[in-house]
Design a protein around this ligand. Structure first.
Ligand code: AMP
Ligand code: ZN
Length: 460
């Protein structure tokens, strides 16, 4: 069976045909590093990690290149740096914030079982490519200089129309309507009210670089052009898949696509545009003001990363997901069970019943239903399939041990009570053995008797 992916641009599911099967190329917009990542940010990380793994499975690990950027120049970073390190020069403070936050991000997404992308470019290391794209856009008549800014004109793009896509096609908007509906308080240097910034002058103390297009004061890039530059540098002018969360379709991806296609005079930037749906928490939009803003880090204090991963993948990536405690508890129980039966088993090939739904636009919810069926019929295939999806990174003992540690249960005491109970049972003192079982249960320990003796685990 072939891989089919839903493309936001054409609004259809199509068979995936890579431009070059020996070099399948995917770009996903990464984090802006100014704070701990929240659980919504984990969604694209996990979803596109599954796609990365699937592509590696289909084309070979050496033939897939996955680029996920780090946005390390942004107003939010500057604000945070000024707030947290008021004594330091702003540039140094910014470096501290981006280094710290970048490390936190890596630790978090590693714990979620996400493979590191092939390349993780930083915006600040691609200023030369941004300048080049901007120069090309100005030369082509798609961008202009005004008051030390460089602005991109969507209207110029749609007027040119020679072998270019239509501005607005990705987000399914009409430029005329955007023009009519735009805010009235547009910056005075903009010729058109939908024009967006490619480059702007830096304020004193802010990060700054020599400007393109003959501008004499130093400046810094706009957000959209950063991704055009990084994708170009690492994947070329035209590549296979571009991904991110649904909120990025407009304006970020619409603008990225416009910049890249106009700079390189081409019809397409990526052949498939993929967007994950939004995550909300207990049926509410997640936001700091509602107090239901949860970081990956906070969740990792209570749950193993693979539990968060499974919980995310139970919902198809394009649907909205409601993140609930109840669902997390179920995911934890499921993984406990899979670890017990499959983690120490020699893995077989991933089952067709799991791979086929994944090939159908990454239908992870159906794939997970198939895992449940394999649990009773083919444990080696269950183990192989779980590994394909990025689970079972630990042995059963490590998994159980970590759970015990996290629960704060005194392992020695549990073992002492179990041997007392075994002694009580062998002298047929069932009242005492029941009392000890209840005592253990009250400590949060579940015991299981079998012909080989008594084992225990932390009750969820
Ligand atoms: P940001 O750092 O806000 O640019 O977000 C990084 C990535 O997380 C982007 O791909 C966003 O689309 C995605 N994202 C942010 N919030 C959510 C959310 N609540 N649900 C799903 N994805 C999100
Ligand atoms: Zn981007």
């Amino acid at each position: 069976m072939e891989l089919r992916l839903h493309d936001t641009l054409t609004r259809e599911k199509r068979t995936f045909v890579p431009l070059d099967p020996n070099n399948v190329r995917m770009y996903v917009c990464g984090p802006t590093v100014y704070d701990f990542a929240h659980i919504g940010n984990a969604r694209p990380v996990i979803v596109f990690d599954v796609l990365f793994r699937l592509l590696r499975h289909l084309y070979g690990a050496a033939h897939v290149k996955y680029v996920r950027n780090i946005t390390d120049v942004d107003d939010k970073i500057n604000d945070r740096a000024a707030r947290d390190f008021p004594g330091l020069p702003l540039n140094e403070a910014i470096r501290k914030v981006t280094e710290q936050t970048g490390k936190q991000f890596h630790a978090d997404v590693d714990a979620l079982g996400a493979l590191r992308p092939s390349v993780e470019p930083r915006a600040t290391e691609h200023i030369a490519e941004m300048r080049e794209i901007i120069e090309r856009l100005v030369a082509g008549g798609f961008a202009y200089v005004a008051e030390d800014h460089v602005l991109f004109s969507p209207q110029a793009m749609n007027a040119a129309n020679a072998g270019l896509p239509r501005y607005g096609a990705l987000s399914n908007r009409s430029l005329d309507e955007m023009v009519a509906g735009a805010r009235v308080d547009v910056a005075p240097y903009k010729k058109g009210n939908t024009d967006f910034v490619l480059w702007k002058p830096s304020k004193p103390g802010e990060p700054s670089w020599p400007s393109p297009a003959g501008i004499t004061v130093e400046g810094r890039p706009g957000w959209h052009v950063e991704c055009s530059a990084m994708a170009w540098k690492h994947l070329g002018e035209h590549f296979d898949i571009h991904g991110g969360g649904i909120d990025l379709v407009f304006p970020h991806h619409e603008n990225e696509l416009a910049q890249t296609c106009c700079a390189f005079h081409q019809q397409r930037m990526a052949n498939y545009w993929m967007h994950n749906g939004f995550l909300q928490v207990e049926s509410e939009k997640m936001s700091k003001s509602l107090g239901n803003f949860i970081t990956i880090r906070e969740l990792l204090a209570d749950w193993p990363g693979e539990v968060l991963r499974l919980n995310m993948l139970k919902t198809h990536y394009r649907s909205p997901i409601d993140w609930t405690m109840k669902s997390l508890e179920e995911s934890a129980k499921t993984l406990d069970d899979w670890y017990r039966v499959a983690a120490d088993v020699e893995p077989g090939r991933p089952a067709a019943s799991v791979v086929e739904p994944l090939l159908d636009d990454l239908n992870t919810s159906l794939a997970i239903a198939a895992l449940h069926s394999l649990r009773g019929s083919d444990v080696p295939a269950l183990a192989g399939s779980l590994r394909l999806l990025g689970f079972l990174s630990e042995s059963a003992a490590q998994w159980e041990g970590r759970k015990q540690q996290a629960s704060g249960i005194d392992t020695k005491e549990v073992e002492r009570l179990i041997s007392e109970r075994t002694a009580a049972r062998s002298r047929k003192d069932f009242k005492e053995s029941d009392r000890i079982r209840d005592l253990l249960a009250a400590m949060g320990v579940a015991i299981k008797d079998s012909k080989d003796g008594t084992t225990w685990e932390v009750a969820r």
